[in-house]
Write a protein that binds this ligand. Sequence first.
Ligand code: HEM
Length: 404
Amino acid sequence: MSFKTWFVKRSPLPEMWREHMAEYYAPKNFNIFYYAGSLLLLMVVLQFLSGFLVLAHYIPSVRDAYDSVYGIMYDVHYGWLMQYMHVDGVSLIFVLLYIHMARGMLYGSYRAPRELVWVIGYTIYLAFMAEAFFGYILPYSNLSYWAGTVITSLFKSIPFIGEWVTTLVRGGSGMSGDTLDRFMALHVTVVFMVIVGLIVFHILYLHKVGSNNPDGLEIKANKGPDGHPVDAIPFHPYYSVKDLFGFGVWLFIFAAIIFYAPTVHHIFLERTMSTPANPLKSLPDVTPPWYLSPFYAMLRAIPNKNGGIILMVVAVVFPFILPWLDRNPVISTRYRPITRIMLIIFFANFLMLAYLGEQPPLPKYFILERVGAVIYVAFFILLPFVSKFEPTRTPPARVRFRAH
Ligand code: HEM
């Protein structure tokens, strides 16, 4: 028996390769937005690598954490590269997550039969928020200290058990070495493993039902004599090669940021990350990183603390039920102009909220934050009605595809 036959008989890998790569038929009209999924996979691997390297030099103790991170930057060989890869990687992952989700909303990829692909994906997004928050605390800078204090104090609003939960999360009454220990454990083990597990499920669930496409057409409905959808091509080699090209272009962008603008005007790495934690020197306004600030803006939109928290939780939870709010038989917003306009307003409003969440708490921003919160919530409340009654255009019988 040749080595190849011996291996093929024992290993599930060749079968998995066939099922998920060589014989996974994907629609031939994917566009540039379809790079985000594979780029996210690449970024998660790179984040693991850079995280592993910084972890080798990081000391999780209140006394040494900040100095160890400083040491990685200035003393460790290529420490600055590992550090910037890890820090900038977070923001870039969120850039890709937002592109990936926006694509899903534009083309109706959350609709049946892909509801669970969406729900698992959105859970990954929430897990990334938690992962980023725990990582944010680890350098024990002054921003880490005060951001940790503010965010953990939100748990105090839970009725009856709020104080107890806050103490449990912090490992004491305030931020301390115990907080650092548990956040570090969560950051490098539990939450990271949950993210990896969910990504595996995300792709398995997608491959069970098949990919959507910009036209929102069900490609399996139109099969050729060979039994394969006429509007699809095997993922490997066609899309695998295309994704490799995407990796190349993306790595140039990633490298350019790391080498020439690693803090991206202090949006990717805030100034207050460069001073050690000081419980006696509170920061005037602690704002979260840009990727969480839309939700923070909504939290601030209501002057009552508990009211703000409820609005923020509702805003975070709404996208989960998106698949069940949309009731139009046409899937892609290419053929639903009203939903498309609503989505464009929704995206622009989300960007405005992100900007507002980074601003100091002034009355002029407060009014806009309220308007932004209303538009955000209105989108989800109006969708079931608009999607039911909106006029649509007839989608084409075959996917629209321009050969180059
Ligand atoms: C690290 C996180 C993620 C990774 C690695 C990832 C990976 C992927 C990949 C490789 C695909 C197939 C290629 C493509 O359609 O682009 C995909 C599809 C999809 N993802 Fe994600 N994803 C992530 C997060 C998310 C999130 C946060 C959501 C939504 C909230 C989401 C929703 C979807 C949907 C609906 C599809 C099907 C798209 C279609 O068929 O048109 N994903 N994802």
